[in-house]
Design a protein around this ligand. Structure first.
Ligand SMILES: NC(=O)c1ccc[n+]([C@@H]2O[C@H](COP(=O)([O-])OP(=O)(O)OC[C@H]3O[C@@H](n4cnc5c(N)ncnc54)[C@H](O)[C@@H]3O)[C@@H](O)[C@H]2O)c1
Length: 397
């Protein structure tokens, strides 16, 4: 059983509290910290939390607390984690780990030198759909993963600090691409090195210094491509979609809207239907179990099981650092308009990963390029002669 302090009593702090207290969990929230007294009281009352404070250090150092969850704005992650290092307490941090790779690296060094447990709270690699997709990929059903695309788009975040480039570290990339990068990276293989990135980013709609829309392509050492699409200018709700293309198959996954539960209402009795939903009347798309479908339950189960069993969770601060490094290179590329290398001060995956040979032999002397049964009932094969390279078609009536 863990005795938990939540630092930050806002949007994500409440999602985390809901998940930890759902399904008769045995882990306990014993402390909440927020800069706002009012938020602290409301959070402590709702979740029946015995202790509350306005000070990060007082929360971390409290004798009843053994595990800290950092759910604070991005500019406070480092300070909060270094306080956990000071008191040698287990720490779980929301995304992004840092506002940039340098900040993330210093956090990683600090927790590893102190030898404290660290978990990176990337919920979207714990959703039931993601976990099932990963299992299917591991079975070999998709063959070699060639391209993994992840999209997160919505009309923009809910608190003022997100919109301040200095406090947040960026715009839609730092806020949303961190999710998408980890989704694609997990599908492609977390031990495959990300090499370089090409990114387009722009401020299309909002009156802010940071980007409100971006698309990036991450090239991996085995030839696979990860793609992210993020926006704070998207209208229509929270669009969470993944696509994976392998040499033997495909997965399309819609994580939030159009998941099969579609409701029409005139608006009578309307209210909250789902995160960032823009309408509560007409056709709406509620989520069956938002906590579970967004991955929070599976994420905390993995984190607390890892803590109890003295092992690393699936997502650690090392992953947070790699993601920050990829996002740093995305910002560089968006400025230079060129492919930019992804600089990794630490890499723990495979060093060399040659592009796999996916050629299919038709017989000893030919490669098979493609076969197809046509609408007029013949089978056509496109073949390539191995010795000469000549490409030709063969038709079987
Ligand atoms: N799916 C996800 O994983 C997810 C979703 C949303 C937010 N987040 C992350 O969670 C963190 C917090 O985001 P949020 O949406 O809960 O923010 P929020 O604004 O809703 O809540 C922030 C909390 O931090 C407290 N706080 C303490 N010092 C503060 C300061 N100097 N400025 C502003 N707030 C201060 C606020 O009082 C509040 O309780 C961010 O790092 C964000 O990226 C993750």
């Amino acid at each position: 059983m863990r005795n938990i302090a939540v630092l930050g009593a806002g949007f994500i702090g409440r999602f985390y509290a809901d998940a930890i207290r759902s399904q008769r969990s045995r882990d306990r929230l014993v402390m909440v910290q927020s800069r706002s007294e009012e938020q602290c009281i409301s959070f402590a009352t709702k979740y029946n939390v015995p202790h509350r404070t306005l000070e990060i250090e007082a929360a971390v150092n409290h004798p009843d607390v053994d595990t800290i969850i950092v759910a604070l704005p991005n500019h406070l992650h480092k300070e909060a984690i270094l306080t956990c290092v000071k008191y040698k307490k287990a720490v779980l941090c929301t995304k992004p780990l840092g506002r940039n790779a340098a900040e993330a690296l210093s956090i990683l060094h600090a927790v590893e030198q102190a030898g404290i447990f660290n978990g990176y709270l990337e919920d979207l690699v714990y959703t039931p759909k993601f976990l099932k997709s990963q299992e299917i990929i591991a079975s070999g059903a998709l063959g070699k993963i060639l391209w993994a695309k992840s999209r997160e788009a919505h009309p923009g975040p809910h608190s003022e600090w997100f919109w301040n480039k200095e406090l947040a570290g960026g715009g839609a990339i730092i806020d949303l691409a961190c999710h998408c990068i980890e989704v694609s990276r997990s599908f492609i293989g977390k031990d495959i090195r990300p090499l370089e990135i090409m990114c387009w980013a722009d401020t299309q709609v909002k009156p802010i210094d940071a980007e409100d829309h971006a698309i990036g392509l991450v090239k991996y050492a085995n030839g696979a491509i990860g793609q992210f699409e993020v926006s704070w200018a998207f209208r229509g709700g929270l669009d969470l979609r993944d696509e994976v293309m392998g040499s033997e198959g495909t997965i399309w996954s819609n994580g939030f809207m159009r998941t099969g539960l579609e409701v029409f209402t005139s608006g009578q009795g309307a209210g909250y239907s789902a995160e960032k939903a823009e309408s509560d009347k007409g056709w709406i798309y509620p989520i069956g179990d938002e906590l579970n479908d967004l991955g929070y339950n599976h994420m905390f189960t993995d984190m607390f099981n890892a803590l109890d069993n003295d092992r690393s969770p699936k997502e650690s601060f090392y992953d947070g650092y790699i993601i920050n490094a990829i996002m740093d290179a995305a910002y560089t590329s968006a400025k230079s308009k060129k492919w930019e290398p992804i600089e990794l001060a630490i890499w723990r995956g495979q060093e060399h990963h040659a592009k796999e040979d996916l050629l299919v032999s038709y017989d000893d002397t030919h490669w098979l390029i493609k076969e197809e049964i046509t609408h007029y009932g013949v089978k056509k094969m496109i073949l390539k002669e191995k010795s000469t390279g000549r490409i030709f078609e063969r038709t079987i009536e």
